[in-house]
Write a protein of this length. Structure first.
Length: 270
């Protein structure tokens, strides 16, 4: 399915969602942000979707916020319009962080400024070595907002974060992987194959356990150890209320059938 700002298709359990403004390096406009929320709504509970991959059409992932439509035109309409545009963009990024299904950012090209919001919101991120990452805000007189400063401080060492934000210099996918802004970088020609490989690994896992795990990793980061310990006990109990049979089946296959080893792969579902 294609719209004027977002494109997606579903195949073999994977929803391939793409920013679809290639002529604008997939800059995020208010229209795109509203449409992205609709697409996330449509795909989240579909039975034929187990993993969502977010990428971009053309040579860019997303070059950030559209300076004309998101900033200039919105600001001309007043503070209310600005706040609405912020709610719409931050809203779908927040939605993506807590999405029902595992998510992968497939960074095929330019990823700048506001693009760091959805990059961080995806659970995993694989980049092309040729991709370019940058916080260009300093070059046109503002700070990296929309959560971008928080993203780099959370993901990369402080000295690298400071250099990245103060200079506005772009880095490639290889350096982004070294800094841990993404999980890994591969040649562009191999990018979709590598993301598909990872998606298939996730598709083999228990979906209730995947959701509980991704939420736990995000939540416990800001907790003390004791609070995290208590939270994780309760989180597992909550997961059991959704699927108490899955873990028992995994244990049965390991102990009784000896048909798999948990350290080497997932139990056979279904």
């Amino acid at each position: 399915m294609t719209t004027d700002t977002v494109a997606f298709d579903v195949a073999d359990g994977i929803a391939w969602v793409r920013f679809n403004r290639p002529e604008k390096r997939n800059c995020m406009s208010p229209t795109l942000n509203r449409r992205m929320m609709e697409v996330l709504d449509e795909l989240e509970y579909r039975d034929d979707v187990g993993v969502l991959v977010l990428s971009g059409e053309g040579t860019a992932w997303s070059a950030g916020m559209d300076l004309k439509e998101y900033f200039r035109e919105t600001e001309e309409k007043g503070l209310g319009a600005t706040r609405q545009a912020q709610r719409e963009s931050y809203g779908w990024w927040r939605r993506l962080r807590w999405y029902q299904k595992p998510t992968i950012a497939m960074v095929n090209g330019w990823c700048f400024g506001g693009g760091y919001g959805p990059l961080y919101s995806c659970d995993l991120a694989i980049a092309a070595e040729e991709a370019k990452f940058g916080l260009s805000e300093i070059n046109w007189g503002i700070l990296p907002g929309g959560g971008a400063t928080k993203v780099v401080v959370d993901l990369i060492p402080m000295r690298d974060a400071m250099y990245h934000a103060l200079t506005g210099e772009a880095i490639d996918g290889t350096k982004a992987a070294e800094w841990r802004l993404v999980n890994e970088a591969v040649p562009l020609a191999q990018l979709k194959d590598r993301v598909t490989e990872i998606a298939k690994v996730l598709l083999a896992k228990n979906p209730v356990a995947l959701k509980a795990t991704k939420d736990a990793v995000r939540r416990v980061k800001e907790m003390t150890y004791d609070n995290a310990e208590d939270f994780l006990v309760r989180a597992q109990e909550a997961a059991n209320s959704f699927d108490n049979d899955g873990r028992k089946e995994g244990i049965r296959q390991f102990i009784d059938e000896k048909s798999y080893k948990p350290g080497l792969g997932a139990y056979k579902r279904g």
